[in-house]
Design a binder for this molecule. Structure first.
Ligand SMILES: Nc1nc2c(ncn2[C@@H]2O[C@H](COP(=O)(O)OP(=O)(O)OP(=O)(O)O)[C@@H](O)[C@H]2O)c(=O)[nH]1
Ligand SMILES: [Mg+2]
Length: 239
């Protein structure tokens, strides 16, 4: 069978040390193209992305956002462009090497039998490397909380490493999405699940970033605490 063609959306904010290496690693894989969505990174990541696009004009695209910055907003803009292009699969991935490009073929392959495939830290075979105990507990607790309150079944609802069949992604009412940080990822899953999309999980080894800085903020954590309740309150109205 012909391998599916995939577009990987990579949101970036201050990832100048990671992006060139990530692009190189991803382009080793045939049938993969990239859409980098940069939010006017002060460290010049946008210009680096442009130069990578010039080096690989058939495989790398860049979107420069100028509206208010945010991970969710960047994904929304990237997805709106991506769903109009002729790819079988559209993927989401962080730029900081927490999401190992070597797992990508497994995730893409699993879309044969699922509409959404999550690169999961919390299924057998999944792992986390280099997280302090506090961060591990926070992520575990967040997933327990989200699964209970929003009644979602995946083990890893906050993983940002995902592949979607294009039709499933195109069905999401992105203009109605409210959340931004991690919550955006939870909201996507909640709505997809309500629409009857088949969700699968493939184990990944998640590695904490070695270069660059985290953007995890208090505002993002607060939003994550509220979102599952908001989603639970809208249950049945998402179709
Ligand atoms: N376009 C865009 N990308 C962002 C924004 N915030 C974060 N990102 C990117 O989203 C991805 C995940 O962000 P991280 O800072 O790694 O967040 P995190 O993984 O929770 O934090 P760490 O565990 O410390 O890495 C990375 O590729 C970031 O560059 C933003 O406001 N706009
Ligand atoms: Mg990260």
């Amino acid at each position: 069978m012909k391998a599916p063609s995939a577009l990987v959306i990579v949101p970036t904010y201050n990832e100048r040390e990671n992006l060139p290496k990530l692009v190189e690693a991803l382009l080793q894989q045939p049938n993969v193209r990239l859409l980098i969505v940069d939010d006017q990174s002060p460290d010049g990541t946008g210009e680096i992305a442009d130069s990578l696009a010039r080096q690989h004009p058939d495989r790398v695209d860049v979107m420069h956002r100028t509206d208010r910055r945010g991970l969710g907003r960047s994904y929304i803009d990237g997805i709106k462009q991506a769903i109009h292009e002729p790819f079988d699969v559209i993927c989401q991935m962080d730029a900081d090497f927490s999401h190992d490009p070597r797992h990508l073929p497994d995730l893409i392959a699993a879309t044969e039998h699922a509409d959404v495939v999550i690169g999961s830290r919390y299924v057998p075979g999944g792992a986390i490397v280099n997280w302090p105990r506090r961060r591990l507990l926070l992520s575990r607790a967040a997933n327990f909380y989200i699964r209970s309150v929003a009644r979602l079944s995946p083990r890893d609802c906050t993983s940002g490493y995902r592949c979607w069949r294009r039709e499933a992604l195109a069905r999401l009412p992105l203009d109605r999405f409210i959340s931004d940080g991690y919550s955006f990822l939870v909201e996507m899953l909640f709505v997809a699940s309500g629409q009857g999309s088949r969700i699968a999980e493939v184990p990944i080894t998640f590695v904490e970033r070695r270069l660059g800085e985290s953007k995890l903020s208090r505002a993002v954590l607060l939003e994550s605490a509220i979102t599952p309740w908001r989603l639970a309150a809208t249950r049945g109205r998402t179709r």
